[in-house]
Design a protein around this ligand. Structure first.
Ligand code: PMV
Length: 347
């Protein structure tokens, strides 16, 4: 499909890319419908992105139809999920009912790296739909609140996607539960923070995020966790107005380990960290005790996000090389990512 944008009243093409994000304060546990149990805060990544080339055509059927391809391969199961999302938002955006859409998606990161792409892909697809809503004259998709509207659509597909629409850092559940918001007061040190994503295990996780969220419904620490995480978002927002590496590192690491502690204390309990995850955590903490400005966070999986202010890049890369040389990474894979400026409309 040509990525050049075209459109007429009956058909057209357009292309967006959106980045992944890494939560510093985690969304873990939901309230109906697809609302977060607690506020969360993330850094927006730059290099780990999903690109969606979309084509649309009017049709005379009563519901939206979708053909979905990932790296040129049809993905019937995921396509059905995305089509369900399109149907669910078509009462809000009735023009979708008369559209047949084709989405051709690709990731900039290897799909064998075990990096979740639901945030970047749902955000990119929501941008396409938001763009179409604007061009179909939907007034509530006007310029001033467009990103909020798109974030709301993205959230209905995948909660963490609500945060992938904003540059540098975003919250969800702080200003609004319905959509994410960009963090406005950020110290410049965070504008190019480094994130070396260390791939410890690229296999599919034994427990999916959806199953993990569901286990929070009856979790004995549910209410305590939600109120502590809400407070942590406020604390971290304050902290990120300053350049205070030590306080940032201790809050972010505590939060990552708490996410995994919640998994270990769920019923049934599960553990997603691997021995290499712990070995790398120890080495990051050792390097920090020797003066390197490096710290870690974890997603719902075994991989490590090694975070560092850009001034500490040489120390961070030296540590990554040493971790790699010890054979602790799956296939020696890591992604040299950093904080970025958010989604892009692609030519
Ligand atoms: O957006 P989901 O449903 O895939 O959940 C994401 C959960 C975490 O990645 C563990 C935390 C977060 O806030 O991104």
């Amino acid at each position: 499909m040509a990525s050049k944008m075209t459109s007429s009243t009956d058909s057209g093409t357009l292309c967006w890319s959106a980045p992944s994000n890494i939560a510093l304060i985690k969304y873990w546990g939901k309230r109906p419908v697809q609302l977060p149990g607690n506020a969360s805060l993330s850094l927006t990544l730059e290099k780990s992105r999903t690109r969606v080339e979309a084509a649309w055509q009017k049709h005379s059927e009563p519901l939206p139809k979708l053909d979905f391809f990932f790296e040129d391969k049809a993905m019937p199961a995921f396509s059905a999920k995305v089509e369900k999302w399109l149907i669910s938002i078509s009462d809000e955006l009735p023009f979708l009912k008369n559209l047949k859409l084709t989405f051709k998606t690709s990731n900039t990161f290897p799909h064998s790296a075990g990096i979740a792409s639901s945030a970047s892909s749902m955000a990119a697809m929501a941008l396409v739909i938001g763009d179409l809503a604007k061009s179909h004259g939907f007034e509530n998709f006007s310029e001033s609140i467009w990103l909020e509207k798109v974030s709301h659509l993205a959230r209905l597909g995948s909660g963490s996607a609500a945060r992938s629409l904003y540059p540098h850092a975003a919250t969800w559940g702080e200003e609004s539960q319905e959509y994410g918001s960009g963090v406005k007061e950020l110290h410049p040190v965070y504008l190019n923070y480094g994130d070396a994503i260390l791939v410890v295990d690229s296999k599919e996780k034994s427990v999916s995020s959806s199953e993990g969220h569901a286990l929070m419904n009856e979790h004995p620490y549910r209410q305590l966790r939600f109120s502590m995480a809400n407070q942590r978002v406020k604390d971290l927002l304050q902290l990120m107005q300053k350049d205070d590496f030590e306080s940032f590192a201790s809050l972010v690491e505590l939060e990552a380990l708490e996410l995994h502690a919640l998994m270990m204390t769920s019923n049934p309990s599960f553990i997603l960290m691997k021995p290499a995850t712990l070995a790398i955590i120890e080495q990051i903490r050792k390097a920090r005790s020797l003066g390197a400005e490096v710290c870690f966070t974890l997603d719902a999986g075994p991989n490590i996000h090694l975070l560092y202010p850009n001034r500490a890049r040489a120390q961070a890369i030296k540590l990554v090389e040493s971790i790699k040389a010890q054979g602790l990474l799956d296939n020696n894979q890591w992604i040299d990512d950093c904080v970025g400026t958010g989604p892009r409309k692609e030519a």
